[in-house]
Design a protein around this ligand. Structure first.
Ligand code: ATP
Length: 313
């Protein structure tokens, strides 16, 4: 595994944003994180790159020590290997730095290249993300949204990461250029073998680019499996409702759309038992009292739902 997340919990005061989440990122794969707004996807990404520290649990990168408890001064080598691309390329780039400065900064921090070699590397990176190296002296405001996201990607790639956390990397961009950026990420993923955690609300994009999908609800992981398991044979009633809006590719027909009652409950006052039970069309007696644990349904497909309590795992 490239990243192993082990029983992570994150609280902000009394509020539990993540509750006992475990997730593996296999080498060279793209794992998509799905789930309603506020379920903790961004928080999980921020924990992996250490913009937040978990309240409990561990995070491992390859055979590293537990990154969650590693002192800051020992974290620098791992920071280079795990990069994040943010949703908004307008606020994530320093407006007072040139592109050359932005992309080259990490090379200096990590002492990778200097002098002429550094500028050659910046030119190479800009070229790799489809920007003109001749524009390296320009400032972020001189570029369009899509071009700025390309600059963010070049900055992330500069230090040769093995893992990229992409947090809704195209949702702030015009629809017409979203596909270009998705294609670029997919090419880089395949060519460089980078492992991705890809946070998105766009089911069509997730269905197109992911190897595995993890579905979250109110701070907990509720289902995980290969893309085909999740898109074609999902088990959890939340996943089924979420994906019921997606047309099946083989017939072009729509599955029966499942409309859920009510809204996602407040995470400040989560329901007892299964976090999904108040809206679940299939709830039964244990759901209101017991939190379902993730059960292994075979072939790496796991689900946290009492409907499957009788299965192995
Ligand atoms: P979205 O899809 O809308 O981006 P998300 O699934 O990424 O949502 P998070 O951004 O991880 O959700 O937020 C999870 C919960 O944690 C939210 O209720 C959010 O308000 C809360 N939260 C996140 N960061 C903090 C913080 N620093 N302090 C307090 N609460 C926070």
């Amino acid at each position: 595994m490239t990243i192993e997340i082990d029983h992570i919990t994150k609280t902000f005061g009394t509020f539990r944003a993540l509750d006992d989440v475990s997730l593996d990122l296999p080498r060279g794969e793209l794992v998509a994180l799905l789930g309603p707004s506020g379920c903790g996807k961004t928080t999980l990404g921020r924990l992996i790159v250490r913009l937040e520290i978990p309240s409990s649990g561990s995070i491992f990168y390859r055979d590293s020590p537990d990154l969650a408890s590693l002192p800051e001064n020992q974290f620098l080598p791992y920071r280079r290997k795990i990069q994040m691309i943010f949703q908004d390329p307008f606020s994530s780039l320093n407006p007072r730095m040139t592109v050359e400065g932005i992309v080259g900064e990490a090379l200096t921090i990590h002492k990778l290249f200097s002098g002429h070699e550094k500028w050659a590397r910046v030119g190479y990176l800009l070229n790799a993300v489809g920007l003109q190296p001749a524009h390296a002296e320009r400032f972020p405001h001189e570029f369009s949204g899509g071009q700025r996201q390309r600059i963010s990607i070049a900055r992330a790639l500069a230090v040769e990461p093995e893992v990229i956390i992409a947090d809704e990397p195209v949702s702030s961009l015009d629809v017409s250029i979203q596909a270009q950026i998705i294609n670029l990420l997919q090419e880089l993923q395949a060519e460089l073998g980078i492992s991705f955690i890809f946070i998105s609300h766009d089911l069509a994009v997730v269905g197109h680019i992911s190897h595995r999908v993890a579905v979250m609800y109110l701070g907990r992981l509720v289902e995980m499996g290969t893309r085909d398991h999740i898109f074609q044979e999902s088990l959890h009633p939340y996943t089924r409702a979420l994906l019921s809006a997606v047309p099946t590719p083989d017939h072009g027909t729509r599955k029966k759309r499942i409309i859920l009652e009510g809204d996602v409950p407040s995470p400040i006052d989560p329901p007892p038992g299964c976090p999904f039970h108040p809206r679940c069309p299939r709830r039964f007696e244990p759901c209101v009292r017991l939190i379902p644990l993730l059960k292994d349904m075979g072939k790496g497909h796991t689900v946290a739902c009492h409907l499957y309590d009788q299965n192995k795992g």
